[in-house]
Ligand binder design. Structure first.
Ligand code: IFM
Length: 473
C-alpha cells in the first residue's frame, strides 16, 4: 500500500482494547470475592434488563489464558483491564491473596504474549460493605481507595507500569448517586456531588501514594468527556445549556485535576447542594497531582437546548427527552438529536467530535501540563447477527472504528499528543443496566457456550494494527 492510499500512525502509537472486571470476569463468589455494589444493584427488581448480573459474565476468570491468546491473534499491543476491589479486599477488608493472584497470573500471561498491561483500579465496583458505610459520599472511602491502590501495587507493581486510578468518575458519581441508573442507585443531587468530590480526592490520594512508592510509574485517570454544542448558537439559553453540560460533564473533573479548582460557574450552578461543605483545606492541591497521561473515553457528542421538544430548529425531532437533565449542574438542559446515524444504544455516531474533543482537551488542559492523551475507550453496540457460516458481519462497527481512528489521526495532525487507542470492548460483555443485551465487542461471546468468535470488525482492526495505517476513503 502506498503512502497516498493510507494514513500511517506514529511509530510509538499503541493499539489496544479495553474491558472491566465486573463486565467480564464472572466467578463472583469464588476464591473469597464478596459482593460489590453491582452484585447488589443488579438484583434490585427493574434495575437491570432481564435482571442480568455478572455472576458468570464472560467467565474470563477461568478463560483468561485463551482470552489473552485471542488478544495476541488480534495483534493488540496493550490491554486495559480493571481489578475488582471486592476480589482483592473482600468487603473492603484485609487483602485476599487468592484474589490478587488472579491478576498476577493475568499480568504474567499478558507479558508472556508481549502485550502491555494497562491497569485500572476502579471501574465502578465498590465493595458493598463500603457502600453500607456511605460509599463515595463518605470521605473515608477516598482514604480506603488509596490503601487499596497500594495493596494492588504491592502485588503487581513489579510488572505493571501503567496505572489508571478511576474509570469515568462522572458515571460513578452522577449516574450512580444522582440519576440512580447505576449502582448503588441513589437519587440525590447532593450525594452525586459528594461522591464526585470524594472520587477526585481518592484519585489524588492514590496518585500521590503510588508516585511515592514508585517514581517510574505512568499514572493517570480516565474521564468520559463530551462535546456539548448549543442547538442554536444565537440563543443565549441554548448557549447556557451547553455551558452547563460542559461544566457538569467535563470541567467538574478536568479543572480540579489540571487547575486545582472547581470552575466558578459550576459552583454557582450547584450552590446550596453541599459541594463546598465537602471541600476541605488541601483537597484541591491533593487532587491536582501531576498525572502522566489522561484517558479520554468518547462515544458521542451532545446537542443541547434550554427548550424541550418544540425548539424551532427541531420541531420535527422525534426523540427529545422531555424531562431535561437530572444532573445537579444541568437542570433544564434538554438533549436534541442531531440526525446522525445511531448505534444500538441510540447514541449518535459523531467521529468529528472525537477530533474536536482531543484538540480542546489538549489546548485547554494537557498541553501546559505536558500530559499525554490516550483514547481509553471508544466503541459501538450493534444488534449483531450470526450468519449460517458462524460469522458476524458488522460493517457498521468497522466503519465506527475506522472513522474514529481517522479522527484520532486528525487530532494528532492538529498537534494533540494522542499516544494510543483502546477499542471498547475486546469482547461482548455485561453492559450494566442493559445486561447482556448490548454488544460492543470486536469479539462475539456466545453466553450459552462461552464460545468466542472474532467479528469482521475485529479482523479489520487486526489489519489496521498489522499495517499501522488506516486505508483512506
Ligand atoms: O461498558 C461501558 C464501560 O464500562 C464504561 N464506558 C462506557 C461503556 C459502554 O457503555
Amino acid at each position: 500500500m502506498t503512502s497516498t492510499d493510507s494514513r500511517a500512525f506514529p511509530a510509538d502509537f499503541l493499539f489496544g482494547a479495553a474491558t472491566a472486571a465486573y463486565q467480564i470476569e464472572g466467578a463472583a463468589h469464588e476464591d473469597g470475592r464478596t459482593d460489590s455494589i453491582w452484585d447488589t444493584f443488579s438484583r434490585v427488581p427493574g434495575a437491570v434488563i432481564n435482571a442480568d448480573n455478572g455472576d458468570t459474565a464472560c467467565d474470563h476468570y477461568h478463560r483468561y489464558r485463551s482470552d489473552v491468546a485471542l488478544m495476541k491473534d488480534l495483534g493488540l499491543q496493550t490491554y486495559r483491564f480493571s481489578t475488582s476491589w471486592s476480589r482483592v479486599q473482600p468487603d473492603g477488608g484485609p487483602v485476599n491473596p487468592k484474589g490478587l493472584d488472579f491478576y498476577s497470573r493475568l499480568v504474567d500471561e499478558l507479558l508472556g504474549a508481549d502485550i502491555k498491561p494497562w491497569l485500572t483500579l476502579y471501574h465502578w465496583d465498590l465493595p458493598q460493605a463500603l457502600e453500607d458505610t456511605g460509599g463515595w459520599t463518605n470521605r473515608d472511602t477516598a482514604l480506603r481507595f488509596r490503601d487499596y491502590a497500594l495493596n494492588v501495587h504491592d502485588a503487581l507493581g513489579d510488572r505493571v507500569g501503567v496505572w489508571t486510578t478511576l474509570n469515568e468518575p462522572w458515571c460513578s458519581s452522577f449516574l450512580s448517586y444522582t440519576a440512580g441508573v447505576h449502582a448503588p442507585g441513589r437519587q440525590s443531587k447532593r450525594d452525586g456531588l459528594a461522591a464526585g468530590h470524594h472520587l477526585l480526592l481518592g484519585h489524588g490520594l492514590a496518585t500521590e501514594a503510588l508516585r511515592a512508592r514508585d517514581a517510574d510509574l505512568e499514572l493517570g485517570i480516565t474521564l468520559n468527556l463530551t462535546v456539548a454544542k448549543p442547538v442554536d448558537v444565537d440563543s443565549a439559553g441554548d448557549r447556557d445549556a451547553a455551558r452547563r453540560l460542559d461544566g457538569q460533564f467535563n470541567r467538574f473533573f478536568l479543572d480540579p485535576i489540571f487547575r486545582g479548582s472547581y470552575p466558578s460557574d459550576l459552583l454557582a450552578d450547584v450552590a446550596g447542594l453541599g459541594l463546598e461543605d465537602h471541600i476541605k483545606d488541601g483537597d484541591l492541591a491533593q487532587i491536582s497531582q501531576r498525572i502522566d497521561s489522561l484517558g479520554v473515553n468518547y462515544y458521542h457528542g451532545e446537542l443541547v437546548s434550554d427548550q424541550p421538544a418544540a425548539h424551532p430548529l427541531l420541531a420535527q425531532a422525534p426523540t427529545n427527552r422531555p424531562t431535561g437533565s437530572p444532573f445537579p449542574a444541568a437542570d433544564g438542559v434538554f438533549h436534541h438529536p442531531q440526525g446522525l446515524p445511531l448505534t444500538a444504544m441510540q447514541w449518535e455516531v459523531q467521529p468529528d467530535g472525537l477530533r474536536e474533543l482531543l484538540t480542546r482537551v489538549n489546548t485547554d488542559y494537557a498541553a501546559s501540563a505536558g500530559t499525554s492523551l490516550y483514547v481509553t475507550e471508544n466503541g459501538a453496540a450493534y444488534d449483531d447477527v450470526v450468519t449460517p457460516d458462524g460469522r458476524v458481519h458488522d460493517p457498521e462497527r468497522t466503519d465506527f472504528l475506522t472513522s474514529h481512528l481517522g479522527a484520532v489521526l486528525d487530532a494528532i495532525d492538529d498537534g494533540a499528543p494522542v499516544k494510543g487507542y483502546f477499542y471498547w470492548s475486546l469482547m461482548d460483555n455485561y453492559e450494566w443496566a442493559w445486561g447482556y443485551e448490548k454488544r460492543f465487542g470486536i469479539v462475539r461471546v456466545d453466553y450459552d457456550t462461552q464460545e468466542r468468535t472474532v467479528k469482521d470488525s475485529g479482523a479489520a482492526y487486526a489489519s489496521v494494527i498489522r499495517s499501522r495505517a488506516l486505508p483512506r476513503g
